[in-house]
Design a protein around this ligand. Structure first.
Ligand code: ATP
Length: 363
């Protein structure tokens, strides 16, 4: 590198005299199955954009958050398989381990240690207000058809996992967290927890991380457009997986629930199914949803569905074949996994030394 650029990188400064604020980006995904179109458009696309566009000084960290998966019942064999597949998925979509740290959260004990310390500073009431928790309460009540909530059906991990999520982020002093809309409330909690910790120890140890909104904030279930597309929903036709072939994509999109109003308009509130297909198409092509809708205004849903199929196939065909190739190279996957663990731990262990000192657990 020319001397001036090398020096700038080293100091983390921009071309003008203002010091440049180095970004630390952190995001994660649960190994709860093969990722779907919602994960791709709501998270992965943004991660790839960050990899492409961010300053070389910025740190990009992506984690496979195995401990979070345990908050719901998992078949151990299936979990292990998903955990290993997820690393291959992240590489197949194009994340570059030379540019990003890609690692398994469950290999870094700094996360639960920090989560414990943070949980001791987090008011109970704040966790009770999390919509993810409240929605689980409703599910339990419905399943039992009882007016009272049966708390024996709810595990403590499900209640406290937003604190573990805060620890995932704060262990790396992340400044930016690109996630879908479903995670926004958890990020606000992380900011609160960071602020509370800084106040308690009278030090600005943790930056308050910013929410990195994505263009496709919330892709909906193809079968029930009142719910988000999810890996764990019972109906497998509700989601398009990264591994689905052309025929499967076609079958799922063609059976997607829309409404009977003629013509196509983008109206998420009143026409969620139709609008979801428009959002998917817009997400695939990088266009604005209303501009996409205009093209189909005098056409039927059939035209829209056909084009959604083609656009999704075009976007997913390369990662799909790359995933197959990577899964047959276990030695490479193992080496990347070890590298990621090492790099992540190097950063989080420095944070933990400071945290332990500040709370009075070490000198
Ligand atoms: P699960 O169903 O097991 O809870 P999930 O499919 O909701 O999993 P996560 O692993 O919790 O996915 O989330 C990974 C990332 O994908 C997060 O950034 C989340 O915000 C984003 N994401 C998940 N579902 C959607 C969706 N339907 N639309 C947009 N983004 C999504």
């Amino acid at each position: 590198l020319p001397k001036n650029i090398a020096r700038r990188r080293c100091l983390g400064t921009s071309t003008n005299s203002e010091p440049r604020k180095r970004k630390v980006v952190f995001s994660g995904i649960q190994p709860t199955g093969i990722p779907h179109l919602g994960n791709y458009l709501g998270a992965f696309q943004n991660w790839l954009k960050l990899q492409r566009d961010s300053h070389p000084d910025d740190q990009l960290i992506f984690s496979i958050v195995g401990w979070h998966a345990l908050t719901l019942p998992q078949d151990p064999k299936a979990l292990l398989q998903s955990r290993n597949d997820m690393l291959a998925v992240l590489l197949a979509i194009g994340l570059d381990p030379k540019r990003c740290i890609i690692f398994h959260q469950d290999e870094n004990p700094d996360h639960p240690e920090l989560a414990w310390i943070l949980s001791c500073l987090t008011p109970f009431g704040k966790l009770r207000r999390m919509t993810t928790w409240k929605s689980r309460l409703a599910v339990s009540r419905n399943a039992n058809n009882e007016a009272e909530i049966d708390e024996s059906l709810l595990n403590t991990g499900l209640f406290t996992y937003p604190v573990l999520q805060a620890a995932d982020i704060l262990a790396y002093k992340a400044t930016n967290v690109p996630v879908g809309e479903d995670q926004q409330q958890h990020l606000e909690l992380t900011r609160d927890i960071a602020e509370g910790f800084n106040k308690a120890v009278s030090r600005e140890l943790f930056p308050l991380p910013e929410y990195g909104a994505t263009a496709s904030k919330r892709i909906l279930s193809l079968r029930d457009p009142t719910a988000k597309m999810s890996k764990s929903a019972a109906d497998s036709n509700s989601r398009i997986l990264l591994t689905d072939d052309y025929q499967t994509i076609r079958r799922k999109v063609r059976s997607a629930v829309t409404d009977s109003t003629p013509g196509v308009t983008f109206d998420p509130e009143n026409r969620p199914g139709t609008s979801n297909l428009i959002s998917i198409l817009a997400g695939c092509t990088g266009e604005d949803a209303t501009a996409v809708a205009r093209r189909y205004s005098d056409k039927g849903h059939g035209y829209l569905k056909n084009d959604v199929v083609e656009a999704v196939e075009e976007m997913l065909k390369e990662p799909r074949s790359e995933l197959l190739r990577l899964k047959s190279d276990q030695a490479y996957l193992k080496s990347i996994s070890e590298q990621g663990s090492r790099e992540a731990r190097q950063i989080s262990s420095r944070t933990m030394e400071e945290v332990r000192r500040l709370v009075g657990l070490s000198i």
